[in-house]
Design a protein around this ligand. Structure first.
Ligand SMILES: NC(=O)c1ccc[n+]([C@@H]2O[C@H](COP(=O)([O-])OP(=O)(O)OC[C@H]3O[C@@H](n4cnc5c(N)ncnc54)[C@H](OP(=O)(O)O)[C@@H]3O)[C@@H](O)[C@H]2O)c1
Length: 250
């Protein structure tokens, strides 16, 4: 049994996930907030004390196979399986060709792709039974097309987009709602380390609001800001000589 108005958010200790947790709690939801930093999650839980809903700290490392399974098993056992799961935890480093290492690929894919895949496969058997579960996978517009310095991050996000497109039809048939969330630049600790101008950047509370609107409307494709995602979607349709001429200026 899933429980209405229970949401699980991974990557909730900072940035977009933190704002999503506060927004859902403001709207009377019971939020299970996950990330590795247990102190930040505890502080978030206290911050939500006066909101209509609540935030429960559920610390975990999404790269540890047993953490996610233990969390889901506990929710099933206590009949608190979230109806909505927002798989948002992410890792990013801008890496040029000289710094490209296997460690970077491993670290990036461990969180961004396998962390999501692990949560998804743990949830699916239960959501197949309940037929009202909703999974939201946070990818990025960086997954639309290969951009400079994003070889590992961009390819992990492209893999998530591919994953969502692959399972969407079967999710529909199984009664599982699936949403793919592709934000542009959002001002968070993840992008604070960027030393370049980030076009169309928005604040994390704005990103959370846009994501919740999309999820409330049960949209599959939630992307923003529209102008930026349109530019990147158009870029990938260009012939390569023109494409590389433009991306070499980034
Ligand atoms: N900011 C942007 O411009 C932007 C654009 C497009 C997409 N996104 C995506 O949006 C999502 C949220 O990013 P953000 O910008 O809000 O970044 P952020 O503030 O750095 O948040 C990342 C979150 O992921 C958690 N996390 C990282 N590794 C983890 C692990 N192994 N296990 C569990 N949690 C882990 C972090 O918490 P702990 O360190 O406490 O574990 C943190 O809560 C990411 O998937 C990111 O790729 C961001």
């Amino acid at each position: 049994m899933t429980t209405e108005n229970i949401v699980w958010i991974t990557g909730a200790s900072s940035g977009i996930g933190r704002e999503l947790a506060l927004l859902y709690a403001t709207n009377s939801w019971q939020v299970y907030a996950s990330a590795r930093n247990a102190d930040s999650l505890q502080a978030l839980s206290i911050e939500a004390t006066n909101l209509k809903g609540s935030i429960i700290a559920a610390p975990m490392d999404v790269t540890h196979p047993s953490d996610i399974q233990t969390f889901i098993d506990k929710r099933v056992e206590t009949q608190t399986l979230p109806r909505l799961s927002i798989l948002n935890a992410g890792y990013y480093e801008a890496i040029g060709l000289d710094e490209l290492t296997m460690d970077n690929f491993n670290d990036t894919f461990a969180v961004n792709f396998f962390g999501v895949a692990r949560a998804l496969t743990a949830l699916l058997p239960h959501y197949k039974k309940t037929k009202n579960g909703h999974v939201a996978i946070v990818s990025s517009v960086a997954g639309y097309t290969g951009l400079p310095k994003a070889a590992s991050y961009g390819s992990s996000k492209a893999a998530l987009i591919h994953l969502c497109e692959s399972i969407k039809v079967e999710c529909n048939a199984a009664g599982i709602m699936l949403s793919m969330v592709n934000p542009g630049f959002v001002r968070t600790p993840l992008t604070d380390k960027n030393d370049f101008t980030m076009p169309f950047i928005i604040e994390p509370d704005d990103a959370a609001r846009r994501i919740k609107i999309g999820l409330d409307k049960k949209r599959f494709d939630i992307n923003f800001p529209k102008r930026f995602s349109l530019i990147l979607k158009t870029l990938r349709l260009l012939p390569y000589p023109l494409y590389f001429k433009l991306t070499s200026r980034l």
